[in-house]
Design a protein around this ligand. Structure first.
Ligand SMILES: [Fe+2]
Length: 587
């Protein structure tokens, strides 16, 4: 009996220690104030696949499932706090040697909308257009799109749910009812609940896991950071066609894209984008050169962006506000030099930001400037040299990137030097496209790229050895760079939840954790420090703390973990006690 009591006591102590350890290790969320962090690498889990096949065009999520003239591929985009773009496509695209563009005037662009379901008190009207992707070369196919409609709904009330149908009522061919919610007006007290951040999504089995996972996370808006469909690789790496473009089409002077993938992608995204605005920026896979030197035709025609609304003359770069966040979408595949139109626009846009209204400043561009993977290493160094100082001067808080097919979160950095007022850079090019997840790091033996690698598809080449710091004299570091806080080769997406003008919770969700409650790949509070980083006293708003509600939500999760662990503990004790009694009885 004495042994039994000892066993029970030991078990209770062990269970309690386990509980405390699990709670402490599971629920502590670090903040950037705890940084700079010692670099951490979590390697690719070899039990997972590094890639997956493209979904076929016959897949139910890609197939056209409306009758002709009815809207499909419905998508929302923010225009301003009081206006929203609604876009959709009607009619059938064509692909073949000879294609005839549809007449955009043959079908109207109407949106009926109102604040009550089924009661549409307003009608918005807009424009429609088509585009063609032409390859007048032997063996290649031409494409012309369905009719692409864009309607801007204006005069909306902030923070309000609207129900809408789109289409042409004269046919009649209107969509089913959908709804969306406008964001609260710009203010340091108002923030979207959850902002999903995705890059390099594609249209594979992995892409569908990513989209299902982020839909489950119930985003309020989506930042789509370039390389959307990979339509330019479907005929080779993605489809069942050629193993390589040059061997299948040796005489083709241009690489053919398979534009129907864009239509499949629009259908694939519609369940999400018809309710949640998606803000896009171009990646290299959107360039899609065609005859006569025309590029970016699909990207520019399909997506409405608030360029004009933000004083930009180009859909390749623009800005917008959602609550107390000012977003700047930068183009890496158009002129980014100090002498160019984009830089000039960026300067004016930054000057016009009122941080007392929108304290948070978030920028995105497709390729990362800070990247320790071998893939795309130093590829956009020229862009960094042109623009980094300006973004630093205006104290941009976070910069999201894609392009590299893996995850990486940086320590606060400026000019390759740890800096408490530098932005937090985060790479999320891990959406799950047809190319495999990147696993090699430039700092590993034999993995440092040569100067001939990673040539950008636009702009100059500025590869150079470091002239200062721990890697001085070398092109690559000998270990994970100090500015790289955490990196992991895995597919996933991120969610940004801005809590107040000081705190924002960033969570990276890995695809393999889709079915695990409360599992996160990486999580951190990004904390602004205006008192430290702004010389202008007007912008030195006082530091806010993490509100009680955020802290208590973590506490309730902690309690649920404690209770569940205690139940397991009691069961273990009961089992051990029964076992001991059985032994005694046998004896
Ligand atoms: Fe890319």
């Amino acid at each position: 009996m004495k042994i039994c009591n000892f066993c029970m006591s030991l078990t209770i102590v062990l269970v309690m220690i386990t509980n405390i350890n699990m709670v402490v290790s599971k629920r502590h969320i670090p903040t950037t104030l705890d940084g700079p962090f010692k670099p951490v690498t979590r390697r690719f889990d070899s039990s997972l696949r590094r890639g997956s096949d493209d979904l076929p065009m016959t897949h139910p999520r890609l197939k056209m499932n409306v009758t002709l003239n009815f809207p499909e591929q419905i998508a929302l985009a923010i225009s301003s706090p009081t206006s929203m773009w609604i876009s959709w496509i009607t009619g059938k695209s064509q692909i073949g040697l000879n294609v005839t563009p549809l007449d955009p005037a043959s079908i109207g662009s109407e949106v009926w909308y109102g604040k009550k379901s089924g009661k549409y008190t307003n009608v918005g009207k807009g424009d429609s257009l088509v585009y063609s992707q032409l390859y007048p070369f032997e063996g290649l196919l031409n494409y012309t799109s369905g009719i692409i409609h864009h309607v801007k709904l204006e005069g909306l009330e902030p923070g309000t749910r609207y129900y809408y149908k789109c289409g042409d009522s004269s046919i009649p061919a209107m969509s089913q009812e959908n709804y969306f919610e406008t964001f609260a007006k710009p203010s340091p007290k108002n923030y979207p609940a959850r902002i999903a951040v995705i890059g390099d999504l594609g249209l594979t089995s992995n892409s569908s896991t990513t989209v299902d996972h982020l839909s489950y996370n119930d985003p309020s808006m989506i930042l789509m950071i370039g390389d959307l469909t990979y339509a330019n690789q479907y005929l080779t790496t993605g489809g069942k066609g050629a193993s390589c473009f040059s061997c299948a089409f040796p005489d083709a002077p241009i690489r053919e894209t398979y534009q129907p993938r864009w239509d499949g992608w629009g259908r694939f995204m519609q369940p999400l984008t018809s309710k949640v605005p998606m803000m896009v920026i171009e990646g290299n896979h959107e360039i899609e050169p065609q005859a006569d030197g025309i590029t970016f035709k699909s990207y520019l025609t399909r997506f409405a962006v608030p360029a004009e609304e933000s004083g930009s003359k180009s859909n390749f770069f623009y800005s917008f506000d959602t609550g107390g966040i000012h977003f700047i979408m930068l183009g890496a595949y158009v002129d980014y030099n100090k002498t160019g139109a984009q830089f000039d626009w960026l300067k004016k846009d930054l000057q016009n930001v009122d941080r007392s209204v929108t304290p948070w400043l978030v920028a995105t561009m497709h390729p990362p400037w800070y990247n320790s993977y071998a893939s795309h290493y130093q590829e956009f160094e020229c862009m960094r040299l042109e623009m980094e100082a300006l973004l630093y001067q205006y104290r941009v808080d976070i910069i999201f990137n894609g392009h590299v097919h893996a995850y990486e979160r940086m320590n606060r950095v400026y000019n390759y030097t740890l800096d408490p007022c530098g932005p937090i850079y985060i790479t999320v090019g891990d959406g799950g496209n047809i190319e495999k997840v990147d696993v090699d790091h430039a700092d590993e033996p034999g993995k440092c790229p040569s100067s001939g690698d990673n040539i950008p598809e636009f702009g100059g080449v500025c590869h150079s050895n470091f002239t200062f710091g721990p890697a001085k004299g070398n092109f690559c570091w000998k270990k994970q760079p100090e500015w790289s806080a955490f990196r992991e080769s895995s597919f996933g997406h991120g969610i940004l939840e801005v809590v107040n003008s000081t705190y924002a919770l960033w969570t990276w969700h890995r695809n393999q954790d889709s079915y695990k409650e409360n599992a996160v790949g990486d999580q951190i509070y990004i904390v602004r420090q205006p008192e430290l980083c702004f010389k202008d006293s007007k912008l030195q708003d006082s530091q806010q703390s993490l509100p009680h509600s955020a802290a208590s939500s973590h506490l309730s999760q902690d309690l649920s973990i404690i209770i569940s662990q205690l139940i397991i503990g009691v069961l273990l004790i009961y089992g051990l006690y029964s076992h001991v009694n059985q032994i005694r009885f046998k004896d």
